[in-house]
Design a binder for this molecule. Sequence first.
Ligand code: G1P
Length: 289
Amino acid sequence: MSKIIHAVIPVAGFGTRMLPLSKSVPKELLPLGNRPAIHYVVEEAVKAGIKHIVLVGHAQKSAIENYFDVNAELDTQLRTKGKNELADSLNWLPEDVHVSMIRQGKPLGLGHAVLAARPIVGENDFVVMLPDVVLDPFTTNMQSDNLAYMIQQFEAVHHSQILVDEVSDDDVHKYGIAQLKSDDDLQKVQSQSNLNFSVAGFIEKPSKEVAPSNLAVVGRYVFANEIFDHLAKTKASVGGEIQLTDAIDALINTKGVNVTTMKGASYDAGDMSTYMQAFIYFAQQQLND
Ligand code: G1P
């Protein structure tokens, strides 16, 4: 089995919950403190050892690709003015990390977006990162926690890995929710983080009355390549969309799937009120620095 080097980041959504900010600027480029939100997500991937970032987008999202490219004209102008340090800070992506963009074509859901990355990912196992979710970079060690930990677990036990965190009963309807194999697992979760165990399944956005637990999918996944075969067969379900959660359930029937409980805090940068709270937190951390 080869090392995991691909991270698929779906960026094709219109960001309707972020209007009017997202009307002409992709929501992924809106700031959290002094950097665009997606900067932290890509930094997290790089620290976890990812070498190829695969953005799945559409025509109006090319500004994201530009953000990760060298702007040669700006670079030259800054260096001519002696601002070498500033120029260097813009070219922070390591040379061995590549960013590609592929189009989703039609807005048929998260599962469909992930499947669109198949021509680039090929036969490899890979990571999926949802860019609305930004993990706290100030208090977690990105080289060992969460995504880095999940990759290490995948490479050790060959089970796909899904990051989960506890949410309140009133919030379960916003997430994919894990169905646990035993109540003991839930008790363990309450006392430890980056705990890893296999699960029975997931339900996408259940009502609180039928939710099997309050462990929600946070937006970081490590997948065995077989998930592509399941996605190719997955029919539209909740919200009329091809759901990644349904393909995960199909994967569970053929291969093991584990959850990893999240360490530290995560911020939802895709919804106006939580985005504003996240902005204040990131700005405060950076002003105190
Ligand atoms: C997606 C997934 C869901 C997950 C959530 C995390 O939903 O379908 O399982 O819990 O991301 O943010 P979305 O927020 O795209 O509706």
